[in-house]
Design a protein around this ligand. Structure first.
Ligand SMILES: [Zn+2]
Length: 419
């Protein structure tokens, strides 16, 4: 009988640079020159050089020639707020002129999360879906194959559930996997006190979201003026009791101990880390918590203290990297984020690429399925029309992605979704 492993549905041959981005890659990205990869159904069945892969070729195998191109895993965008209503272009442009927020308030410029809250609450579900879907479509053609998407722009039970339902609908509408996160603690509802909102969050919202099965993780914004570390503990422990794993926005504008809590609770990830001291980075690394860095938001808000990745590597932290697509940072492109990470934060292209693939998968605890090209992993593969991976960092604002293979199927070709 024919060995089913010995036949591939799809083979990519002759890749100028094939990047596996596997966990133990000594160069961080597992570069194989003249690389070949074979796909059977939705999984990778062989990878390496021609001699490793050619035996899987039959007359019914689709063969793509990637000579002179880069082949790599699909991007894992592990931190986004992509489901929101409206736009904050007016605020963004006003803040190009000045960092004096008081002056902008006096001028009556609408600003901040509450603007998005009312825009999101006010939209019918189908329109909110459409507005979010346009962003997700752009993510897909830019090579994102796994996406994290948070709720958090409604801060009431109906609205938060609606955002989570849209996450599910987006995953059904596009060739993308979505890791759905409940972020009811993005702030608190303007019509309530923080204390009464927290009470409702713990007693009503978290149990209902948990029961729905619409979110795999529970997130919170820990910062001065937002939630204190001890408040985060209460909320995230309630989330865990209802089947949602904790993650945290920490150190974005102040260090108040959210990172230490992340280590103690062994959270999925701690995200932002602009103000995080080395002692807390070391705790995170030791506890197996991933760090997530967000070059786009530092750029978009002209952050007073850009995150510094060097002490993070030195502490041994596995880093994910994400667009943080949100109304304050309207970015759908992981290649642009890689370019920013390299230029603005002096990450090497190899470090940035690893964070955009394996590291992101690690932050979502999906590294056994996605984020790297290895036998038995999901076949989420990009073919880039550039000769070297460094060109992702070098060619600013380009979309280098020519072909996206999602779960073994060609899903994007030349900037259009085909499946
Ligand atoms: Zn965020």
């Amino acid at each position: 009988m024919e060995d089913p492993r010995a036949s591939a549905d799809l083979i990519i041959k002759n890749a100028g640079q094939l990047l596996t981005c596997s966990r133990d890659a000594g160069d961080l990205i597992g570069l194989i020159p003249d690389g070949w990869v074979a796909v059977g159904k939705d999984k990778i069945v062989a990878i390496g050089g021609e001699k490793d892969v050619r035996p899987y070729m039959t007359e019914r195998t689709t063969v793509l020639d990637a000579a002179g191109k880069v082949v790599m895993p699909g991007f894992v965008d592990c931190h986004t707020h992509v489901v929101f209503g409206g736009t904050r272009a007016e605020e963004y442009c006003a803040r190009l002129e000045t960092d004096d927020l008081e002056e902008l308030r006096r001028r009556g410029v609408p600003m901040g999360i509450m603007v998005t809250l009312s825009a999101t609450r006010g939209l019918p579900e189908d329109i909110l879906f459409e507005q979010s879907a346009e962003r997700v479509r752009r993510m897909v053609i830019s090579g994102t194959t796994t996406l994290e998407s948070k709720s958090g722009y409604s801060l009431n039970i109906e609205g938060e559930m609606r955002q989570l339902r849209i996450n599910k609908a987006l995953a059904e509408a596009f060739p993308i996997d979505i890791s759905s996160t409940f972020l009811g603690a993005h702030g608190w509802a303007p019509e309530m006190t923080k204390e009464s909102y927290m009470d409702m969050l713990i007693k009503d919202m978290i149990p209902e979201v948990g029961k729905s099965g619409l979110a795999e993780a529970c997130d919170i914004w820990c910062d001065a003026g937002h939630y204190e570390a001890e408040e985060c503990r209460k909320i995230l422990e309630a989330g865990r009791e209802h089947g949602m794993e904790p993650k945290i926005h920490a150190g974005a504008y102040s260090y108040i101990g959210g990172e230490d809590l992340a280590a103690e609770m062994k959270m999925y990830s701690a995200d932002h880390l602009n103000y995080t001291p080395v002692s807390a980075l070391e705790k995170l690394a030791k506890s197996g918590v991933a760090g997530v860095v967000l070059p786009g938001i530092d750029f978009a808000v002209n952050h007073p203290l850009f995150f510094d990745p060097r002490p993070m590597y030195e502490a041994g932290l596995e880093l994910g990297m994400a667009t943080n697509c949100c109304p304050g940072c309207w970015c759908t492109s992981m290649p642009f984020i890689i370019a920013l990470a390299c230029r603005q934060h002096r990450m090497s292209p190899a470090r940035a690429l690893r964070a955009a693939t394996y590291g992101g998968a690690r932050a979502l605890r999906r590294e056994k399925e996605v984020g790297s090209l290895e036998v038995a992993k999901q076949a989420d593969i990009l073919i880039l029309g550039i000769p070297t991976y460094e060109d992702i960092a070098y060619r600013l604002g380009d979309n280098p992605v020519e072909t996206v293979i999602k779960s073994g199927k060609i899903s994007v070709r030349n900037n259009a979704i085909v499946a």
